[in-house]
Design a protein around this ligand. Structure first.
Ligand code: AMP
Ligand code: ZN
Ligand code: FE
Ligand code: FE
Length: 290
């Protein structure tokens, strides 16, 4: 029975820019026959206790995670962290700093929109974020609610995308720093969606990321073509990286629209990831950190 259950290792909840509360997300996972679900909110682990409790109650294996978005020149490189120890003060201080930066950045984007003649209340954006880590999707939803655009996608295309007139860069952080923070806090750092066009030539950076402690690569992802999967598979094999996969589910309608649990991957992805987490640091591949 277990072998036929689905796996989804990349999802967002209302703790960041997802639409479902952590317990609702876990319930949705159960309905979709997802047996293992990782919660990977942007710059926060605040949804994890609720997701873990919901998972225990309904029999979904919940893996605690996080996603840290970083910038490299004109590109975006996102790092997932599985099994990070969310009880550590050092990790929480770091994530709080990132979230504070997100608030300043979103406020600046709202000011830029105002300068463009687009009025969107900060209160509305704040309400969309409901106390969670604020992101561009919240501004996009506020723009939809205000009738400025028809869809979140249109908000990104016209205003909020990297080349858009209201775009503001995030807190300066390199992907190597994100990898180190995750590793230092007991997590397994994994390069997210390397096939994203916005990530640029990120594969060239893999050796450097591995030197800083990268341990995995998200091979299976909705936008990844069969050819990409093959390439990422080879990169993972060459560097001894764990292969992961997920939908990047946000509750529908945002970013990609793949349903929860809809990306298939080999069943051994989960035990392999767990074994990597449990392996002593020195035995982990890419363990030579500077
Ligand atoms: P932020 O963390 O504030 O930079 O927002 C990044 C999030 O915005 C991503 O995780 C996606 O959920 C979403 N996103 C990024 N680019 C787009 C896009 N072109 N269209 C729709 N959503 C996007
Ligand atoms: Zn997101
Ligand atoms: Fe991402
Ligand atoms: Fe994501």
């Amino acid at each position: 029975m277990g072998a036929s259950l689905r796996i989804d290792l990349h999802t967002h909840s209302t703790a960041s820019d997802g639409l479902l509360a952590p317990s609702r997300l876990v319930a949705a996972a159960r309905e979709q026959y997802v047996g293992t679900l990782a919660l990977t909110d942007h710059d926060t682990t605040d949804g994890i206790p609720e997701a873990l409790a919901a998972g225990r109650a309904c029999g979904v294996d919940v893996i605690p995670g996080v996603e840290i978005n970083t910038d490299v020149d004109d590109h975006e490189v996102h790092i997932l962290g599985y099994f990070v120890d969310h009880t550590r003060g050092g990790l929480q201080a770091f994530l709080q700093q990132m979230r504070d930066g997100r608030v300043r950045r979103a406020e600046e984007m709202v000011r830029k929109l105002a300068a463009l003649g687009v009025r969107v209340d900060w209160a509305r954006v704040s309400e969309m974020a409901s106390g969670g880590a604020v992101g561009r999707p919240h501004i996009a939803r506020a723009l939809v609610a205000a009738g400025v655009v028809g869809t979140s996608q249109e908000a990104f295309e016209r205003f909020l995308g990297r080349a858009g007139p209201a775009y503001v860069a995030r807190v300066k952080l390199s992907p190597e720093e994100a990898v180190e923070v995750i590793a230092e806090n007991g997590g397994v750092p994994v390069l997210a969606h390397p096939g994203w066009a916005a990530s640029g030539p990120v594969l060239e950076r893999v050796p450097q990321l591995v030197a800083h402690g990268l341990e995995g690569i998200e091979v299976y992802y909705p936008d990844h073509t069969a050819e990409m999967v093959e390439t990422f598979h080879a990169v993972a094999a060459r560097h001894g990286l764990v292969m992961t996969g997920g939908t990047d589910y946000h509750g529908g309608g945002i970013a990609n629209r793949a349903p929860l649990g809809s990306v298939s991957m080999p069943a051994d992805v989960v035990p392999t990831l767990r074994a990597r987490w449990m392996a002593p640091r020195a035995q982990r591949s890419g363990g030579a950190r500077s």
